[in-house]
Design a protein around this ligand. Structure first.
Ligand SMILES: [Zn+2]
Length: 423
């Protein structure tokens, strides 16, 4: 499996309109056709209908209300999606619903909107069509068949990042470059994720594990893939060379920070800064560190969402673990921690993840934000969700106990999770 290469091979030499369902060139033609009101042959009409949502979406994202909507079917959905975008900074934003309303284009739609509202298109003189093309590349490089590490997770992390960038303790210091880096890193941080973890790539001698010498293998790949797409799309080609080099480096440092194996390193640094009260957000270096922390929080914020959404994410991530376990079993490899559907239940995985990974990070984040209302809200969801999983776990044990008379094993199970590899 060479995730990036497959994409390039698959697309080279294929006309734009056949590569996927995103007709970049055609959508400009479409615009003209619609304005002049000339819808010639049946073939043209067919093309028009199949591309309608992109036509509407592109106008919507530039803040232009469609003058004469030709296609009423999609209008309801886009109207609802547009309404949702007006509340994109709310913590209860339902990314699953937004993904359905945008017909699976949540990442592209969200990013275009955020780039616009943060004034990044204007500030960096970005070309809207190129930005759209780049974002479609990113979105399509996520694997839709992954239950968890797909473009909806990326959109969810980006939406959380947007909320964190608005935190009063941080927002006033952020430059347009910081905001662009934060949003881009969030959108691309898991791009081309294969749905298996680093230990799996190492034990199967995957060439990426070899290439990155078993160190942050996936994160390095996400970063280098992002750089590849940035260069290929020429989104930043008009900026000074030193600036694009800096952007590429900073994106790397942000994406690499999401490696969960480096959790303690970052947590210790954050605790020390907060204890010494020596964070100087006027300095680019300290702002970059807080962007790394914000991205890490955004990446693992699922347990801090409302229960209905949090639960869905938990089921998805466990499904991905179990699929890896099935694969390992099939190839007679040792089943990785948390990947054994028979032994590792969703509630026990989640309780361990919350206790050892999520709670310690979000406690410090809350301290940094001065216990902002968002932080308090997240911690309260976290406590509530953990209680929910605990109650489900004890129900499971009662059920199990009534069949095999085994006692509860919460402590032991939590320990296993702490040693395992979190999402
Ligand atoms: Zn992620």
């Amino acid at each position: 499996l060479c995730f990036r290469d497959v994409r390039l091979r698959g697309q080279t030499g294929v006309p734009a309109e056949r590569r996927g369902s995103y007709p970049f060139i055609d959508f400009r033609l479409l615009n003209n056709t619609t304005h002049s009101g000339e819808i010639g042959t049946k073939k043209k009409v067919k093309r028009l209908l199949s591309f309608q949502r992109y036509f509407h979406a592109s106008r919507l994202l530039r803040g232009i209300i469609p003058q004469a909507p030709l296609h009423l079917l999609d209008e309801d959905y886009l109207g609802q999606a547009r309404h949702m975008l007006s509340k994109v900074g709310m913590w209860d934003f339902d990314i699953f619903l937004f993904d359905r309303l945008t017909n699976g284009n949540s990442l592209v739609t969200l990013l275009c909107h955020l780039f616009n509202t943060h004034g990044l298109i204007h500030h960096f003189k970005l070309d809207m069509v190129t930005l759209h093309r780049f974002l479609v590349m990113v979105q399509e490089d996520y694997h839709g068949q992954n239950p968890y590490h797909n473009a909806v997770h990326a959109a969810d992390v980006t939406q959380a990042m947007h909320c964190y960038l608005k935190e009063p303790k941080l927002a006033s210091f952020l430059t347009p470059l910081d905001i662009m880096l934060g949003l881009l890193a969030a959108a691309a941080h898991d791009v081309d994720h294969p749905g298996v973890n680093q230990p799996f790539l190492i034990k199967t001698n995957h060439h990426l594990a070899n290439l990155y010498q078993n160190m942050s293998v996936l994160e390095n790949h996400h970063w280098r893939s992002t750089i590849g797409m940035l260069r290929e799309s020429r989104l930043l080609a008009h900026l000074p060379k030193e600036m694009t080099q800096d952007i590429e480096q900073q994106l790397g440092s942000l994406i690499l920070a999401t490696d969960i194996n480096r959790q303690n390193e970052f947590l210790t640094r954050l605790k020390t800064h907060l204890h010494n009260k020596d964070l100087r957000l006027e300095d680019a270096h300290d702002r970059h560190f807080m962007l790394q922390i914000a991205l890490k929080c955004a990446d693992i914020c699922n347990p801090c969402r409302i229960w209905e959404m949090s639960k869905q994410w938990s089921e998805r991530v466990c499904e991905e673990f179990y699929r890896q376990g099935d694969l390992e079993q099939k190839f007679e490899l040792e089943i990785s921690p948390l990947c054994n559907q028979q032994k590792d239940s969703i509630p026990s995985i989640q309780i361990g993840f919350m206790t050892y990974i999520v709670e310690p990070l979000f406690r410090e984040w809350a301290r940094f934000t001065g216990n902002s209302s968002l932080s308090e809200n997240m911690l309260s969801h976290l406590a509530h969700n953990k209680a929910q999983w605990k109650s489900l776990l004890s129900k499971q044990h009662r059920r199990k106990g009534s069949t095999d008379h085994g006692g509860p094993g919460t402590e032991k199970e939590e320990q296993t999770v702490a040693e395992g590899d979190a999402p």
